[in-house]
Design a protein around this ligand. Structure first.
Ligand code: NDP
Length: 444
């Protein structure tokens, strides 16, 4: 049995109730196998893979809070500090009822390789809570965030662990979390990213994951001699990543015909008006169906897969495992030839394997959505310098980083004889730097 297979069996046996974590580990181990083979003895001697799949630390805690009607609630809070081998732990906080240790471990594990790919000095981590901000008042969200930070602050710091946003955690939540951190520690430091522009945030951070996804897509298409302009795309989700991916796609001349939320999707044959979506989602915190109520030509469809719509490019930007094998088959049958993941692990393993076998160009989230964390690292750099770059400066850096991630991914795929397999390329390119740093730092 190969070293990677042994390690997968170990992970599956030790974490039987963590399917998402096991899924993420399997994908990485399977694709780094050729890179391991050459150095297997060296890696085995220091139990490199055994250490790589075990978080350095996981903290879980209770988060009690009181709602507007004086009812006391208790949620679970977590921080998974997966790897600090190339920098302080870095990764978002997710507030969603589905949050559990398995989901945060999968996200934290993926984050290690993604952060490595950015070329910046950031380790991997993730955290969050099963709290649902949907339908809560601002006061309730603030109360929850203050209670969450009252425990979390013991484990984080600008040079230790720097959380950011993710599903359910946007500018409002980061503001409340930051205020409480400052109150508890008396420190005005870059302990969180995605902060407001008036208190240490970076220009472009809000747009970065979605913009970065389209910069990656453009890079990918250009290398294949194709243009983005005129291409028809479907974007799932209508949160931070989806909105700025759709906005940049349209700015590049693409037509985004559908977007969704967890209830359904809207189809607009003339192209989604992204300003209307922004108004509904960012200002009113409403539902996607309101788009169809407002725009006559649009249609709202509930309970059906957005991936049945014919398109040339699919951009899953909502959540994990949202694009299944049957969805990928429908996309292929309807002419889709490019899939780039804005979300983390939105495509199931079977769907990914099918896409690659059919020659669909498939760019995994680790590479495609790394623009968010890369810009978070730029925010950290600006905070350390006590200085702000302009929008243009940050945006140019983001574009360079996405181009370099594409190059590293494509080069690694080429080196290992699978030039079109970007899953393999991204995992190997991310892993090589981590492995080198782990070897250099000894058994720790
Ligand atoms: P948001 O909370 O801003 O938006 C999430 C969107 O996905 C919402 O439209 C939400 O709909 C939808 N969604 C959530 N769960 C489901 C579900 N089970 N089925 C269908 N739709 C669902 O989150 P982000 O945009 O920040 O994150 C989206 C994805 O991108 C996540 O996988 C995240 O980990 C990843 N990501 C985010 C980064 C960032 O910078 N924000 C960076 C890199 C990756 P509803 O409102 O109905 O719940």
């Amino acid at each position: 049995m190969s070293y990677t297979q042994e390690i997968y069996q170990l992970v599956a046996a030790k974490n039987p109730h963590e399917p998402e974590f096991c899924q993420a580990v399997k994908e990485v181990l399977d694709s780094i196998e050729p890179a391991i083979a050459a150095k297997e003895q060296k890696y085995r001697e220091v139990a490199l893979l055994e250490r790589l799949v075990e978080p350095e630390r996981t903290v879980s805690f209770r988060v009690p809070w009181v709602d507007d009607n004086n009812v006391v609630h208790v949620n679970k809070g977590y921080r998974v500090q997966f790897s600090s081998v190339i920098g302080p732990f870095k990764g978002g906080l997710r507030f969603h009822p589905s949050v559990n240790q398995s989901i945060l471990k999968f996200l934290g594990f993926e984050q290690i390789f993604k952060n490595s790919l950015t070329g910046q000095p950031i380790g991997g981590g993730k955290g969050g809570s099963d709290f649902d901000p949907k339908g809560k008042s601002d006061r309730e969200v603030m109360t929850f965030c203050q209670s969450f930070m009252t425990e979390l602050f013991k484990y984080i710091g600008a040079d230790r662990d720097v959380p950011a946003g993710d599903i359910g955690v946007g500018g409002r939540e980061i503001g409340y979390l930051y205020g409480q951190y400052k109150r508890l520690t008396g420190q005005y430091e870059g302990v969180l990213t995605g902060k407001g522009l008036t208190f240490g945030g970076s220009l472009v951070r809000m747009e970065a994951t979605g913009f970065g996804l389209i910069y990656m897509l453009e890079e990918l298409m250009n290398h294949r001699g194709e243009q983005l302009a005129g291409k028809c795309a479907v974007v799932s989700g209508s949160g931070n990543v989806a909105i700025y991916a759709a906005a940049k796609a349209e700015a590049k001349g693409m037509k985004v015909i559908a977007m969704s939320d967890s209830n359904g999707y809207v189809y607009d044959p003339q192209g989604i008006d992204i300003n209307v979506i922004k108004e509904i989602k960012e200002v009113r915190r409403g539902r996607i169906k309101e788009y169809a109520a407002q725009i006559d030509r649009a249609e709202y469809v509930e309970g059906k897969s957005i991936w049945n719509l014919p398109c040339e490019i699919a951009l899953p930007c909502a959540t994990q495992n949202e694009l299944t094998l049957s969805d990928m088959q429908a996309l292929y049958t309807n002419g889709c030839r490019v899939v780039a993941e804005g979300a983390n692990m939105p495509t199931t393993r079977e769907a990914t394997d099918y896409a690659i076998s059919k020659g669909i160009v498939f760019m995994p989230g680790k590479a495609a959505n790394a623009g968010g964390v890369a810009t978070s690292a730029l925010e950290m750099a600006q905070n350390s310098m006590r200085f702000n770059w302009t929008f243009k400066e940050v945006d140019e850096r983001l574009q360079q980083i996405m181009a370099s991630i594409y190059q590293k991914t494509a080069d690694a795929a080429m080196r290992y004889g699978s030039p079109d397999n970007y899953v393999l390329g991204a995992n190997i390119a991310g892993f090589e730097k981590i492995a080198e740093a782990m070897l250099a730092q000894g058994i720790c």
